[in-house]
Every structure is written in C-alpha cells, then in structure tokens.
Design a binder for this molecule. Structure first.
Ligand SMILES: Cc1ncc(COP(=O)(O)O)c(C=O)c1O
Length: 436
C-alpha cells in the first residue's frame, strides 16, 4: 500500500538505502529493462585513469565533431537560427512532422532524378536517432526482425530491442572495404524480416559503398520484397576518390526510407534535428507504413522548432548565391580536414606492427584491426587493448566489441591534427612496448 509519508519519515530516510525501510522501490518497466546500449555496458566497465599533467587524456571515443573546437558550423546557419528566434515565428507548436517550409527544403535537397520528394514525404524528427526510432517502429512490430550491419552503429539494436523487435546482424567484410557480405545478408532473411538496414557511409567503418555494390544490395531487397532503411547521415562527408550514391537514387522498384540529419554534416549534434525521407516511387508499398510513421510523430508532438526555419538557408541556398558559395566552401573545408586526418592516421598506423588499417572513404571514423597474436598476453582482445592503451598512454578509443566486432578499435578523426599526431605516436609506442 502506498501512502504519503510525513516530514519526519522523509527526513529520516537514507537516500542510499534502496528499500527505505520496508518500502521497496517501484519496479522498472519492461520497456526500460529492454533498453540497453551495448556501448555503455563495455565502456562503463573501462576504468578512466587520472593522467599525469604532461600527458593529458586524448579522447578519440566520442563521435561529436564539436568536442575539440576546431570544426564549427557556418555562421550563416547561426545567423538564420538567431533571426528565426528573434522574429517569434517558430516559438509555438507546429505540425508534428515538422514546419512545412523545413519539410519542403529537405524534400527539395534530397530529390534525385526519378526519385522526387514533396513536403509530405518528409518527417522532421528529434535528431537522426528520433528518425530511426520512428522508422523502425513504423516498419516492424513486436516479434519481427530487421537486418543490421555488423560491425554497426549500436543504436539500431538498442531501439529495436527496446521495442521487442530483434536486430539480426549481417557481416561487413573488412578485406573488401567493409562491403556487405551479401550471402550473410541473404541468409539472415526470414519470414519475420521487415527491412534491411544499411548505413552508408558507415559508422564505425568510414566506408562508402560504390554504385555497383548498392545495386547488389537492392537486388537482394528486390528478390525478397523488402524495403531498405538507409541511414545516410554521413552522406555529406566523402573523401577524394569516393562518391556517395543515395540508395534511393538507384532504384525505381525497392521502397526506401532514408534517415539523416544535420548533426554531422553541419557539425551541430546538439541541435537535435534529423529527418525521414520516404521514397516510394508512387507504388504505394510504403503508404501504410508512412501513415504509421506520421502517427508516431504525435508521440512527442514533433521535434524542436527553433532550428527548423533555418534549414532552408543551409539546404537550399539559391544556386550561385553568396550563401551557396559559403556553404560549398564550408563542406569542402570540413571534408578536406577530415580526409587529411584520416590519411594521416592511416599512413601512420599502417607502419605499426600488429595493426591493420583500412583507409576510410568518408564519415569521421576509422576501424583499426588488432592482431593479438603479435602482442603479449596482456592484450588478449580489443577491450584489453583499449583499457591498457588508456592506462598506459591515456588515449581513449572504443573497442570494436562496442560495434559487434572483436579485435578492432574505432577512433574518431575529428580532432585537430596535432592531437591525432600525439595520439598515433602514443599508440605506436604502446604497440611496440607490447610486441612479442
Ligand atoms: C550512423 C549514425 N546514425 C545516426 C546517428 C544519430 O544522429 P543524431 O545525433 O542526429 O541523433 C549517429 C550518431 O552518431 C550515427 O553515427
């Protein structure tokens, strides 16, 4: 029986005592119990040491490009947001799928040849995470499954399991630039499969699929009559020699929901604005799913409205205008800086005995392989490698197991090059010290 406690009873309670006398805490809900982030389970068990003054900790673990202050969103975006806030036009509730002008701007920017979008084909969500949650819940029900990349971004699994949808992994092949093992993809499909999730460019791999490979993936989807849920949030960060093909631009027959957002491309993960794009090629395969997605936007009555009016400025500047040139220069500079960092890390670590480098083609990460057979017993796997590297050299990288892949580690490429130089030299010294 619950009753209201009096003041003395409350004051005598020890907040550290879980039972608070004879009262048991209320149980956690099943949905909350199922909501687990595999990264946290690994990272929370890593011990972060206190570094000496002359060797500060270098954090290469968090995919937040604003962390180091070297990469900044363009001023025209900041100005457009400030203007929208000052004119009071976007302070109220809006359509739960987003401000019409913002949806229209996103639709215009992500329309391709035969795959045209209109405002109604766009949902503005609370970050790409919010977009993924809506898309997953609209496509699958309890007991269904979706196919997810391994190694892959762990949020897919977290969102699915929280909703009693299982995440079935398919393999990526490190020796083929992290392309999908198509056999493993096809083998994972069963009668409960509701979609194939792809992430291109990839977190954690930094890979960018070529056109031919995307057509092969579409072939699998077509054969099994499955839609594709494409996470293309890194589509704007591509290095020289690679080209990003939005998967929806390559098909007239496979239905595609593409999710993305401004977090990475515009260096503003805290702004929490993302989107879902529905490419249904007028075949209405996704008509019911899309109605469901729109219903799901009502759960939180839409995303933050402060940033939405400014999307037009950054996504659809007048071709040839000053804004268009500023944005072009911004994109060029950001990708160039990340590419320079990626190449520096690859060129440096490729010389380190025991490490395997696969040169990134885009995004902001590199997955480096660890050959444990050339290291002493203390480096038994990627988790031990990451913990020891932190203990001895104060460099924090994420073990591959956080992404479902043993004996790799992921590092972020967004810090200033000086930090990466220091980090790589510490990693090289660490590997040399533990070499057999
Ligand atoms: C592949 C991928 N998808 C989605 C997200 C989530 O993006 P947002 O911050 O917009 O929720 C991230 C963030 O790291 C990501 O790496």
């Amino acid at each position: 029986k619950r009753r209201i406690l009096n003041r003395e009873e409350v004051e005598s309670m020890n907040p550290n005592d879980e039972t608070c006398g004879d009262r048991k805490p209320l149980p956690m809900s099943q949905c909350a119990l199922r909501s687990r982030n595999p990264i946290r389970e690994i990272v929370d068990n890593l011990v972060i040491p206190t570094p000496p003054e002359d060797k500060p900790l270098i954090l290469l673990s968090i995919g937040d490009p604003t962390k180091f202050g070297n990469l900044k969103t363009p001023q025209i975006f900041v100005d457009a947001i400030c203007e929208a806030v000052r004119d009071f036009s976007s302070h109220g509730y809006t359509h739960s799928a987003g401000i019409p002008a913002a949806r229209a701007a996103v639709a215009q920017r992500y329309s391709y040849g035969g795959s045209k979008l209109v405002e109604d084909d766009v949902i503005i969500a609370s970050g790409c995470s919010g977009a993924l949650e809506i898309a997953i819940k609209a496509l699958a029900s309890e007991g269904d499954n979706m196919l997810v990349p391994c190694p892959g971004f762990s949020l897919y699994q977290t969102l699915m399991e929280s909703n009693n949808i299982s995440a079935k992994p398919y393999n990526l092949l490190p020796d083929q630039n992290w392309e999908i093992d198509l056999k493993s993809l096809e083998d994972a499909i069963n009668e409960k499969t509701r979609a194939i999730v792809i992430n291109n460019p990839s977190n954690p791999c930094g890979s960018v699929f070529n056109k031919q490979h995307l057509l092969q993936i579409l072939g699998v989807a077509e054969r099994h009559n499955l839609p594709i849920l494409a996470d293309e949030i890194y589509g704007g960060i591509i290095f020289k020699g690679s080209k990003f093909w939005p998967i929806a631009s390559l098909t007239n027959t496979v239905p595609v929901l593409s999710v993305g957002g401004i977090a990475k491309e515009f260096l503003v993960p805290g702004f929490r604005v993302g989107w879902i794009l529905c490419y249904d090629n007028n075949r209405h395969d996704l008509s019911e799913v899309w109605k469901g997605a729109l219903k799901l936007t009502q759960l939180i009555i839409g995303a933050n409205t402060v940033v939405q009016p400014a999307l037009k400025t950054i996504l659809t500047p007048q071709p040839g205008s000053k804004d268009a040139k500023t944005l072009e220069a911004f994109h060029y500079e950001t990708s160039k800086q990340l590419e320079k960092n990626a190449n520096f890390v690859a060129d440096t670590l490729v010389k380190v005995h025991g490490l395997k480098v696969i040169r990134p083609q885009g995004a902001m990460y590199s997955m480096i392989g660890i050959d444990t057979s050339v290291f002493d017993d203390s480096i038994s796997d990627d988790v031990a490698f990451s913990q020891k590297l932190m203990d001895e050299e104060f460099v924090f990288v994420l073990p591959g197991q956080c992404f479902g892949m043993n004996n790799y580690f992921r590092l972020v490429l967004s810090p200033p090059i000086k930090k990466l130089e220091e980090a790589c030299s510490r990693i090289a010294a660490f590997c040399e010290k533990h070499r057999l």
